[in-house]
Write a protein that binds this ligand. Structure first.
Ligand code: ADP
Ligand code: MG
Length: 245
């Protein structure tokens, strides 16, 4: 589903990703762990082309989205963004739109659906995250956990093949983390292909098929959770696990 080959990303003179190879199969759940600044967010952002690779390739479902022709490239990337949903630490909802309006927006503007069709799909996905009864609320009338669930519904409404989560519970008060993790876990059980960056170690252990441990712009370990947490093969991973526990 995702095939990353020799991915490099440089900001100015600083190389932040130094040759990443990663394959994520359909339905697989990959959790990316690693110290702050190791390049986790940059990697996720390269997967849906919020950042352009400096070198190497990212393919989704066999398609590379590079095209020398700029117009074509923009079209490819718009298509890619509908196939790869991303949920960030901050919820990034439109404050002047209701929960329903937030989930409908891209269905109308990007997918070109009628308002009636968009509303149906939006309601279905709000229901999925347990928020249909809050459809008419504005973001300011929702808790952080509810706002993040709306953000998840908005991504799901596009019918993505892959979901990326970048520390999607890190900005939440502790008592609101559980409701968001439950929604993500539900998606995992439904078979969604997912790449997650998280600091929730217990969640990572439960949900991940594989743990990818990054440090300083490279993948240091790539192993099943029971191996990674019980018997990490590098000193850096051992230290990281001790700190996080
Ligand atoms: P992580 O998510 O693992 O904490 P990031 O991918 O956010 O790490 O960042 C990795 C490194 O890249 C950091 O040193 C960060 O300062 C740098 N970086 C990230 N984005 C940019 C950018 N747009 N411009 C310059 N440097 C950046
Ligand atoms: Mg980050």
């Amino acid at each position: 589903m995702i095939e990353i080959q020799d991915l490099h990303k440089q900001f100015g003179n600083v190389e932040v990703l130094k040759g990443i190879d990663l394959v994520v199969k359909e339905s697989e759940k990959v959790v990316i762990l690693g110290p702050s600044g190791s390049g986790k967010s940059t990697l996720l952002r390269c997967i849906n082309y919020l950042e352009y690779p400096t070198q190497g390739s990212v393919k989704i479902n066999g398609n590379a989205f590079e095209d020398k022709n700029r117009k074509n490239q923009e079209k490819h990337i718009a298509l890619l963004r509908t196939e790869v949903g991303m949920v960030f630490q901050k919820f990034n909802l439109f404050h002047h739109l209701t929960a329903l309006g937030n989930v409908m927006a891209a269905l109308v503007t990007i997918k070109g659906l009628s308002k009636v069709e968009a509303k149906q799909i939006a309601e279905f996905n709000l229901e999925k995250v347990g928020l249909l009864e809050k459809a008419k609320n504005y973001p300011s009338q929702l808790s952080g956990g509810q706002q993040q669930r709306v953000a998840i519904a908005r991504a799901l409404a596009m019918d993505p093949k892959v979901m990326l989560f970048d520390e999607s519970t890190s900005a939440l008060d502790p008592e609101l983390v559980g409701e968001v993790l439950r929604v993500i876990r539900g998606l995992a059980e439904d078979g969604m292909t997912m790449v997650l960056v998280t600091h929730e170690m217990k969640f990572a252990k439960d949900v991940a098929d594989r743990i990818v441990f990054m440090d300083n712009g490279v993948i240091v370990e790539d192993s099943p959770p029971e191996v990674f947490f019980n018997n990490p093969s590098t000193e850096r991973a051992k230290q990281f696990i001790m700190q996080e526990d």
